[in-house]
Design a protein around this ligand. Structure first.
Ligand code: CMP
Length: 147
């Protein structure tokens, strides 16, 4: 059974010109990219997307990072998409990724625990919530998006 997950190329990934390498890895790994768009999130968007982190001490810094430039939002589809995309991006801490998962996407373009260049939904339930956040709730039909 095919599954969908939400991938984000974060501001450091976009500004570092990693988008085309990341897209190539995605397609070569057997995912199809169902939908994608670029958007520059504002503070409110970050707060609503990362609601579960909004009380954490790193949240102000995460907000500053995630609003620092445009991000690329993608819906990826394949069998086992959620776990396979998480495996492909590697550990949250890009510093650790460089040591333990040198072929991962975060090892390639991330920097540390915060600036880790990509996001992946952590469960099928999160994927459903995150996909509807970007493709229904936050940006209903007719919304004009930056490309
Ligand atoms: P992500 O997988 O998108 O989920 C939440 C993000 O918050 C995470 O990637 C990092 O960018 C950031 N993050 C998670 N934990 C920390 C932390 N302890 N300190 C700073 N940033 C963090």
């Amino acid at each position: 059974e095919k599954e969908r997950t939400l991938a984000i190329v974060k501001p450091d990934g976009v500004s570092g010109n990693y988008t085309s390498s990341i897209r190539k890895i995605i397609l070569e790994s057997g995912f199809s990219i169902q939908r994608e768009f670029t958007v520059h999130l504002d503070e409110d968007g970050v707060r609503r997307f990362y609601a579960e982190h909004s009380t954490k001490s790193f949240f102000p810094s995460l907000t500053k990072y995630m609003t620092s430039g445009p991000v690329l939002i993608m819906i990826l589809q394949k069998v086992n998409a959620v776990a396979d995309w998480r495996a492909l991006i590697g550990p949250t801490d890009a510093r650790k990724a460089k040591m333990t998962h040198p072929n991962s996407i975060r090892a390639m373009c991330g920097e540390d625990l915060e600036r880790n260049c990509v996001h992946g939904s952590d469960s099928v339930e999160s994927a459903a919530r995150e996909i509807s956040f970007f493709f229904k709730e936050a940006f209903p039909e007719g919304t004009t998006l930056e490309h």
